[in-house]
Design a protein around this ligand. Structure first.
Ligand SMILES: [Cu+2]
Length: 129
């Protein structure tokens, strides 16, 4: 075997080793997973129906891991993957469901479809009447 061929094999071997190491590093990152972040939003939800509606809408939203609404404080807490979605996208999802998201008003058409008891002119109340 000529020396130039030998060095070619050595280079190939090195390349393969480097690629294998890279692949291993990728697997490690994937296993660890990206961090979850939390977002708190003030909504215009007033009852348990609103809570169910919002939590369901957010559950279908890309990148959302968990959404919980606290009716008395109207605060929606969303656990999300920052590599899949953003606070702006989550606010838009809330608006499209018919509720205010912080200082951004609900989408009017979605708001109109809400039952009367869920309109923001109503005070916060319990039950699903
Ligand atoms: Cu409601």
């Amino acid at each position: 075997m000529s020396s130039s061929l030998k060095s070619l094999f050595a280079a190939l071997l090195l390349l393969c080793t480097a690629q294998a190491a890279q692949a291993q590093a990728k697997v490690k990152v994937k296993a660890k997973g990206p961090a979850t972040e939390q977002l708190q939003l003030k909504t215009s939800a007033v009852c348990d129906m609103c809570k169910a509606r919002l939590e369901k809408a957010l559950a279908y939203e890309k990148g959302v891991q968990q959404a919980t609404l606290d009716v008395p404080t109207q605060m929606l807490t969303v656990a999300y993957r920052p590599d899949k979605t953003s606070p702006a996208a989550l606010r838009t999802a809330v608006q499209r469901t018919g509720y205010d998201a912080d200082d951004q008003p609900a989408e009017p058409r979605a708001y109109d479809r809400l039952p009367d008891c869920c309109k923001k002119t109503n005070a916060i109340h319990t039950g699903t009447e």
